[in-house]
Write a protein that binds this ligand. Structure first.
Ligand SMILES: NC(=O)C1=CN([C@@H]2O[C@H](COP(=O)(O)OP(=O)(O)OC[C@H]3O[C@@H](n4cnc5c(N)ncnc54)[C@H](O)[C@@H]3O)[C@@H](O)[C@H]2O)[C@@H](O)CC1
Ligand SMILES: [K+]
Length: 528
């Protein structure tokens, strides 16, 4: 499932499923609880009930010496996340575990399905108040089930809950749906936790990933992430509101068929002056490798010799000023532009940004071009729907200071404002695609169509944090624009391929390596 759903969308789907008569809320809660227990046993098969000789448990799961039982402590909250917790408690108990349950909140005020499962648990064991969950409980490191808050968490944790969660630091903790101190819409910590003690070992969520699993502090706090199917597949949310996981679009379109080089597009990369050309050259290499038929670097006359010694398949021409560039753009075959990497921030460069935008051609604006846009509202106003902006967090804050402030403000009440919301608002204001970079890159078009390229979990590629890697990304997107990809698809596919190239190379990666991984990555993609 490539959809990523917010809390509100998840609730809408649940409501639609129940209204259809297909399933009750109680049944969904049962499926959720069963899914959590199955995920635990799949993750640690040695804990699953077995008819054979008792397998040796991992060291961190205490076996009660007398009874030989595994031990779990289930921390339940006042909503349906707590309800899932009561189901898990019952199922672990049925599997022969020793289970203790604590509740934050008033049992009389539990929502109906949670209350039903609370009552079922009471037939098997006790429920104590969260304030009675004292530290001796954690001796021997029982399995901790965090069912305090799920998608309903929207403000800082109550002290009682925060203290209990902090005290479980040495225990394996399984978060139901989302770790309780994390906003499922934003991935931001609702309450600070010292030195990562909030991190779960495993998070089991339902139906789809939520933005908070992928954005900001989410990945480092979820541990492993598992998505459990609870049978909501046929209930959809309105398409415009969708956020999807980024993917590579229409890879078939990158095949070269029988065309000649110019039928595969001509990308033009503008460069800075002497000793500043490396970034543009990296972008050019990326554009060429990803499939643009021809790529040209344009630099000031004084930098021609330097660039000529470094470029072969990439063509080179001098662009001393905006007037010269206007002349070059009379060649209608130039169909994608890239400006910003290593560009500089002077008058020549600002004028060039203006020419790029006035040409109406598909264009990637990165690095220094973003700073120039932030400085000049007149330039910003020239952005159009064939542009792609590729800011990292600092550049984003310069371009959209009010949006960045809103994004960084602590959440005190829901619904929270996420990196997805920020990218959408920025794209709408700019009137073009915005690719907001990070390990959790968010790509949005002005209509709010949005995807997340998450280089996290199995796709974590920390080696991408290397000088010049953003220049290559700008080149990838420019190359895809030259091949005729729509801006949103070019940005999304470029970001996805960028991560894949980093994964293919692995540790030790430098920016030059990225384009060189593309042939193998594209071949594998074609084969799949
Ligand atoms: N939506 C669905 O399709 C399904 C939801 N299920 C479970 O239901 C959960 C959502 O349940 P709810 O909507 O009841 O939400 P939660 O159980 O996440 O929490 C909501 C309750 O906690 C309170 N609360 C939130 N933050 C608080 C804070 N910091 N301090 C004190 N109180 C706080 C809220 O006021 C509300 O009473 C999901 O996360 C999931 O675990 C599952 O049972 C299966 C299906
Ligand atoms: K939780």
């Amino acid at each position: 499932m490539t959809e990523v759903l917010t809390a509100a969308q998840m609730r809408a789907i649940e409501t639609a499923a129940i209204a259809s008569g297909d399933v009750t809320g109680l049944e969904l809660m049962e499926r959720a609880g069963r899914g959590v227990v199955s995920a635990i046993f799949e993750e640690w098969p040695e804990l699953a009930p077995s008819w054979g000789p008792a397998p040796k448990p991992p060291e961190y799961f205490l076996q009660d010496d007398e009874k030989g039982k595994h031990r779990a402590v289930v921390l339940c909250g006042p909503g349906n996340n707590g309800g899932d917790g009561f189901v898990v408690a019952r199922l672990l108990f049925a599997a022969g575990w020793d289970v203790e349950v604590f509740l934050y909140g008033d049992a009389d005020k539990l929502p109906p399905d949670a209350k039903a499962n609370y009552a079922r648990w009471l037939e098997l064991g006790r429920v104590c108040a969260m304030s009675a969950c004292t530290s001796e409980r954690w001796v021997g490191q029982p399995l901790v089930i965090d069912a305090v808050f799920g998608i309903g968490a929207c403000r800082p944790l109550p002290d009682t809950v925060r203290n209990v969660l902090m005290a479980t630091v040495n225990c394996p903790r399984i978060a139901i749906d989302v770790p309780s101190m994390l906003s499922s819409d934003t991935g931001m910590m609702l309450s600070p936790m010292w030195g990562g003690v909030g991190a779960a070992r495993l998070t089991v969520t339902f139906h789809t990933r939520k933005p908070g699993h992928l954005l900001e502090a989410g990945p480092e706090n979820c541990g492993k992430l598992r998505v459990v199917d609870i049978g909501l597949g046929r209930f959809a949310v309105a398409h415009q509101a969708h956020v999807r996981l980024a993917q590579c679009h229409t890879i078939g379109a990158l095949g070269k068929g029988n065309g000649h080089k110019y039928s595969h597009g001509h990308a033009f990369i503008l460069s800075g002056g002497i000793a500043k050309g490396g970034a543009a050259r990296l972008a050019a290499r990326g554009a060429l490798r990803i499939g643009a038929g021809a790529v040209t670097v344009g630099c000031p006359e004084a930098a021609l010799v330097e660039n000529a010694t470094q470029l072969n398949a990439v063509m080179l021409t001098s662009v001393d000023d905006a007037a010269a560039f206007e002349g070059i753009l009379e060649d209608a075959r130039i169909n994608a532009l890239c400006i910003g990497p290593g560009l500089g921030l002077g008058a020549r460069e600002a004028a060039l940004v203006g020419t790029v935008l006035e040409s109406g051609r598909a264009a990637v604006l990165d690095a220094d071009a973003l700073t120039l846009l932030a400085r000049d509202a007149g330039l910003f106003a020239k952005l159009h729907k064939s542009c792609v902006l590729t800011p990292h967090a600092g550049e984003f804050a310069r371009l959209f200071p009010d949006i960045a402030d809103r994004l960084n403000a602590p959440a005190t009440k829901g619904p929270a404002y996420s990196k997805v919301d920020a990218a959408r608002e920025a794209a709408k204001r700019a009137g073009c695609v915005v690719l907001f970079k990070g390990p959790d890159t968010v790509i949005s078009d002005p209509k709010g169509r949005c995807s997340i390229n998450a280089s996290v979990y199995a796709r974590a590629a920390p080696w991408l944090a290397t000088a010049g890697s953003g220049d290559v990304l700008a080149g990838f997107i420019t190359g895809l624009l030259a091949r005729g990809f729509a801006p949103q698809q070019a940005a999304e596919s470029g970001a996805w391929l960028h991560t894949e190239c980093a994964l293919k190379f692995g540790p030790g990666l430098i920016a030059e390596d990225l384009p060189e991984q593309l042939p193998a990555v594209l071949r594998a993609l074609e084969a799949s």
